[in-house]
Design a protein around this ligand. Structure first.
Ligand code: CDP
Length: 232
């Protein structure tokens, strides 16, 4: 039996490197990697593609209650880390579009949407051996997670990282527009009434400005292994 933490929660603002860290950490520990942002993005994409206006809270909540979101190992070698399906349709790349990016924070602030998705996330977390990533994992979804990491970075550094990702995908977008969109999302995510972005009291805060992904990974592995030496 492993005495590593059963569940690891990683929270932090947009583009702080959470997903990359969580993916690598999960590989290292042979845990499931689960990115909860995918679910909020999927609901946003479906609502947009059905022509639902973003201020239709009821309709969007209904979408979140009905849709079946599935995350599976990658079936294509096109740079994806996993496949995302909504009611069987592959929406892996659609959920990364700028219009999803621009609207996801509005959708994720709706209490009914959060309730529906949090339930699903908790069910996955209960199984253990999972690294779960999001904004409210350590505070709301899995408050009993044995290791909580809050990964932060300056907004300028995060915008630079997101810009490089967009360029690699061949999108034409400016660094300034990414910076502005990130600031807007940060503001909505941290000031919303339900489950706002914040570090849990017992989270370890890592600032990744000036740290490579290897550096952050090393720190996190050390934190996970250190749990072994804690008294029961
Ligand atoms: O990858 P990035 O950090 O840009 O975003 P994400 O993790 O895919 O999350 C997209 C959006 O979903 C966030 O800006 C939040 O508004 C919302 N979200 C949330 O509210 N709670 C979570 N547990 C995960 C994401």
């Amino acid at each position: 039996m492993s005495d590593l933490p059963r569940t690891i929660a990683i929270d932090g603002p947009a583009a702080s490197g959470k997903s990359t860290l969580a993916k690598r950490l999960a590989e290292e520990l042979d845990y499931l990697y689960f990115d909860t942002g995918v679910m909020y993005r999927a609901v946003t994409w479906i609502a947009l593609s059905q022509g639902i206006s973003m201020d239709e809270e009821e309709l969007i909540t209904q979408v979140s209650q009905k849709v079946r979101i599935d995350v599976q190992p990658p079936s294509k070698d096109d740079g994806r880390g996993y496949d995302v399906f909504a009611d069987g349709d592959d929406i892996t790349w659609e959920i990364r579009r700028p219009e999803v990016e621009a609207n996801v924070s509005v959708v994720s602030a709706y209490a009914g949407v959060r309730e529906a998705l949090t339930l699903q996330q908790r069910r996955i977390g209960m199984r253990g051996q999972v690294v779960m990533v999001g904004r409210d994992i350590g505070t709301v979804v899995l408050p009993d997670a044995e290791l909580k990491i809050y990964l932060d970075a300056s907004v300028e550094e995060r915008a630079r990282r997101r810009y490089e990702e967009s360029m690699a995908r061949g999108e034409s977008i400016t660094l300034e527009s990414i910076l502005e969109a990130l600031r807007k999302r940060d503001q909505i995510d941290s000031t919303r009434d339900v489950a706002p972005l914040c570090a849990a009291e017992d989270a370890v805060i890592i600032d990744s400005d000036g740290l490579s992904i290897e550096g952050v990974l090393e720190k996190s592995i050390a934190l996970a292994r250190a749990k072994r030496h804690l008294p029961e």
